[in-house]
Design a protein around this ligand. Structure first.
Ligand code: NAD
Length: 418
């Protein structure tokens, strides 16, 4: 029998259905939110270096703007589909709502393998795409940002193309820009810092403190490294980390910066001396207090959930826990801080960058970091309280989605849309 084709839009709708049922809302509200406000499909022709012209297809999906202008990244990937972009835009509506930001949800994508393009071709692709969607984006309309295989350079091209289109310097039309063009360095640490912070706040609820608690981190990239660095600074003991080549374990604890130095010099954490080796499956099942999955999706499943020993899990990665495993963990009293809350540091920092651009650049990096910490702490506490209200036998994720959908619906009601 062939496997059913995975459709992220169908999954997103299922998730919405669950939140609507939890909140006791009508089908009418589900119907309104299940469909994006607008999806623009554009043709993106690129004159290649060999003189031929290739056509790529791109989309910008704007799901809902009850809380403010649409916001969400643009990804370049050969497998991007229209339904994936729609699903991600819906997910951004919930993520921004939960983060307490004055943003709705949007997402973009181009079906392209960017690794096969030269820098000049990539620039033309980016400029032509942004030009094609320029009518529907804008500082107060829709604010894109980097996602898979797009980066600060892509944002600089977008910003420049849009500024030419409107005839003024529109720095705030995208976030995640290079520093010299109004970006913030703090953007680099923001997701990992947020993931570490939600782990710390959950640890404080469970044990009263994060100090001395043992931590395992799967994935030692941008998110995993900064999560390790901040948890270490706050007194937790990082006993295990891993990357795509495998993992390392040391009962006495590891110094995250030292591990990163070895990863930079040798290509992997596994070359760190004087440690025990563990696999990427074993790292999830170690006898630790806190687990931070910061690499891939679907790693905590019905297959291994019974062997997970951590009492706090902070999801740095997107979708590391399957819905079934999430239910099992909730019944076992494990606090799983859902991705939508735990890895929202990036979009919160994007908001700080956007405000900073609009005010002509007044914030310092230290102030930006403190604002992020304050915002994420408030968000965590709001979800925690709502979780207690709906019942802690349900996953914390249900509370997060419930709260996010509730705020959007309230905004739509106040605006007279429903
Ligand atoms: P990254 O590319 O910087 O790092 C990924 C790390 O995971 C690398 O160290 C890599 O070696 C490791 N890895 C790859 N395969 C692995 C495997 N099988 N087992 C263990 N480790 C493996 O990426 P990142 O930006 O740190 O993102 C990590 C996750 O966090 C992704 O799921 C991403 O979608 C999510 N996320 C990132 C951000 C952000 O701002 N960077 C924001 C939200 C969510």
């Amino acid at each position: 029998m062939s496997q059913p084709v995975y459709d992220p839009y169908e999954e997103a709708k299922k998730q919405l259905r669950k939140a609507i049922d939890l909140l006791g809302y009508s089908d009418e509200i589900y119907e309104i939110l299940a469909v994006p406000d607008r999806v623009l499909q554009v043709k993106v022709p690129v004159k290649m270096d060999d003189g031929t012209t290739k056509v790529f297809i791109g989309w910008r999906s704007q799901h809902n703007n009850a809380l403010g202008p649409y916001k969400g990244g643009v990804r370049y990937h050969p497998n991007v589909t229209k339904n994936e972009v729609i699903a991600l835009s819906m997910w951004m509506t919930w993520k921004n709502s939960l983060a307490g930001l004055p943003y709705g949800g949007g997402k973009g994508g181009i079906k392209v393998d960017p690794r096969k393009l030269s820098k000049r071709e990539l620039e033309q692709l980016s400029r032509n795409f942004f030009h094609a969607i320029s009518e529907i984006v804008g500082i107060d309309k829709d604010i894109p940002a980097p996602d898979v295989y797009t980066d600060p350079q892509t944002m600089a091209w977008y910003m420049d193309e849009y500024s030419r289109y409107v005839g003024y310097q529109a720095f705030g039309v995208v976030t995640g820009k290079p520093l010299i063009l109004g970006g913030l360095y703090t953007r680099v640490i923001s997701t990992g810092l947020g993931t570490a912070l939600t782990a710390k706040l959950a640890a404080e609820k469970v044990w009263g403190t994060v100090e001395g608690k043992t931590v395992a981190i799967q994935g030692y990239g941008n998110v995993g490294y900064y999560a390790a660095k901040f948890l270490y600074e706050w007194g937790a003991k990082i006993v295990a980390v891993s990357d795509s080549k495998g993992g390392i374990y040391k009962t006495e604890g590891l110094d995250p910066e030292d591990v990163m130095r070895v990863k930079r010099e040798t290509g992997s954490v596994i070359n760190y001396p004087g440690v025990q080796r563990v696999s990427n499956e074993e790292i999830l099942e170690l006898e630790v207090d806190i687990l931070v999955p910061a690499a891939l999706e679907n790693v905590i499943t019905m297959e291994n959930v019974e062997r997970i020993k951590a009492k706090v899990i902070s999801e740095g990665a997107n979708g590391p826990t399957t819905p079934e495993a999430d239910e099992v963990l909730a019944k076992k009293d494990v606090v799983v801080v859902p991705d939508i809350l735990a890895n929202a540091g990036g979009v919160i920092m994007s908001h700080i960058e956007w405000v900073n651009n609009r005010m002509g650049g007044w914030i310092t990096e230290e102030e930006a970091k403190n604002k992020l910490i304050e915002k994420m702490t408030n968000n965590f506490n709001a979800v925690w309280d709502f979780w207690n209200k709906i019942g802690r036998d349900k996953p914390m994720r249900d509370a997060a989605y419930g709260l996010a959908v509730k705020r959007v619906v309230e905004a739509m009601k106040l605006r007279g849309w429903i």
